[in-house]
Design a protein around this ligand. Structure first.
Ligand code: SAH
Length: 463
């Protein structure tokens, strides 16, 4: 029989059980076992372990396995006592020691520097981690559902909208966890109806709690399906009495059948639609819709590194592209002559302007627009900068942005990245354009998860 086009045949069969050694973790933290060079991704398995797994998916280039038994346990394994977390997927690295997590993150950055940027000698520093890698989130948004006749708060089971009731979220500020339970109990007392997603009935959809890490100020947001929240005149005083840190209570109305948490309409129930937190001694005013870094203390570590790399003397003109609500530009402004922020979302720019004013900072100007367009415009106008700081979303920089930077020729660039792969890609392009990448400093903003944040220092080559 001649068979020219050989049909792909995986060396494993669905629903069969195999044994394999884990040689690597994917960037999402899944263990990788290889059977005849065919990779199988296994959740919960760690590098160095030999495991038994059942194949649950056979794809063209990889398969997926379900962990059945660990035959040879890694010394980096942490035993998980509470199974709910494994079901929720909020802490995909929880079974790995924190030291192991930091090493995993550093390895990932080194890997992309080598494979994508072709920079095997790039100095990647040890990941700056947290002393206590739990309780760090300053914001929580928990769904509310009825389970066995009771109003419950918790977390969705992975890839579903089934609620798993949960009281200790582990990575949220413990004060936020307590506040969720307090609000839950008040809602139970008054018989508030939990939202029912199937037929879009019931009322209370989500409870959001945000708390200033440095200020302790708390904001409660009750997301409801209808504007009525019965009996509001009792709920509000009860919350205030039991949670004295609360400065703001907002009701957000979302009538739609949707995965989006917040609706358009907001009703102020107590205080104003704002609370405060600080970052490196600057105060930020945050509304219920505003973006704010979720790990305040590590954001300070990150921005301190940016300042260190910037080595500002007070004479510099700085561009802060992808400036968001201005956290980085305010940190830079005190040490530079002038900072120009560029941000595409107008309300974020409004926040940034207000925050500059709140802190008495006058040498920052914000520009609403796409960074790639604004940079081209500015370089055409012959404007220049000593330092360009970028903090783009996961997809990294646009080619047009990079071309504009190469046209503008700043002496220095600092690249804050939440995706090492696009960072590596962009570094290679900047190096091709005559820049040198000096070093990369990863910072762990999201312990127990697979996210890696990095700062790279990039300089113009001097001959
Ligand atoms: N440093 C900022 C956050 C940066 S997150 C802070 O702490 O507030 C990335 C930001 O880039 C977001 O605010 C997003 O709205 C913005 N953004 C996304 N695409 C953009 C583009 N093409 N041009 C300018 N800003 C963009």
């Amino acid at each position: 029989m001649s068979n020219h086009k050989k049909k792909f045949e995986a060396p494993v069969e669905k629903n069969k059980t195999y044994q394999g050694e884990i040689n690597d973790l994917t960037h999402e933290g899944l263990g990788v076992a290889k059977i005849e060079h065919y990779p199988i991704f296994i959740e919960g398995a760690l590098t160095g372990e030999t495991v038994e797994f059942k194949v649950i998916k056979v794809g063209k280039s990889y398969g997926v396995g379900k962990l059945i038994k660990i035959i040879n346990t890694s010394p980096d394994r942490v035993e998980i006592k509470d199974k709910a977390y494994a079901q929720s997927g909020t802490m995909p690295l929880q079974h790995l020691t924190y030291e192991g997590q930091l090493k995993f993150k550093k390895d990932q950055v080194e890997n992309v520097m080598q494979k994508i940027a072709k920079l095997p000698d790039m100095p990647v520093h040890d990941v700056m981690g947290m002393e206590n890698p739990f309780g760090y989130r300053n914001k929580a948004q928990v769904p509310v559902r009825k389970i066995k006749g009771k109003l419950e708060t918790g977390i969705y089971r992975k890839n579903s909208h089934d609620l798993i009731p949960m009281e200790d979220f582990k990575i949220q500020d413990p004060e936020i966890d307590k506040a969720i339970l307090t609000v839950r109990d008040i809602m139970r007392t008054y018989g508030v109806k939990p939202y029912n997603e199937k037929d879009n009935t019931g009322n209370l959809r989500h409870i959001l709690v945000r708390r200033g890490y440095h200020t302790g100020e708390m904001m409660i947001v009750l997301v409801t399906r209808t504007p009525k929240l019965f009996p509001i005149s009792k709920i509000v005083p009860d919350i205030l009495e039991e949670l004295p840190e609360v400065v703001s209570i907002v009701q957000n109305v979302n009538p739609k059948k949707t995965n989006v948490i917040l609706g358009q309409e907001a009703i102020l129930l107590h205080g104003e639609d704002k609370y405060h937190d600080k970052l490196l001694d600057h105060t930020f005013e945050i509304s219920h819709r505003s973006f704010f870094q979720v790990n305040t203390s590590q954001a300070e570590v990150l921005y301190s590194k940016v300042l260190e790399f910037a080595e500002l003397t007070g004479e510099e003109t700085v561009i802060d592209a992808y400036s968001g609500i201005g956290t980085i530009s305010l940190a830079l402004a005190e040490k530079a002559k002038k900072v120009y922020g560029i941000e595409i979302i107008e309300p974020a720019v409004e926040d940034a302007k207000r925050n500059a004013e709140l802190n008495g900072i006058e040498n920052v100007t914000y520009h609403v627009g796409a960074a790639e367009d604004v940079m081209v415009e500015w370089s055409k106008e012959g404007r220049s900068a000593d330092l360009v700081v970028v903090d783009p979303p996961r997809k990294g920089l646009d080619q047009q942005f990079i071309d504009a930077v190469l046209e503008m020729q700043p002496k220095k660039m600092i690249y804050v990245s939440c995706n090492p792969a696009t960072l590596a890609r962009d570094l290679a392009l900047l190096i091709e354009g005559g820049y040198t990448a000096e070093k990369v400093q990863p910072v762990d903003m999201f312990p127990q998860t697979s996210h890696v944040e990095c700062i790279a220092l990039i300089q113009k080559q001097t001959i």
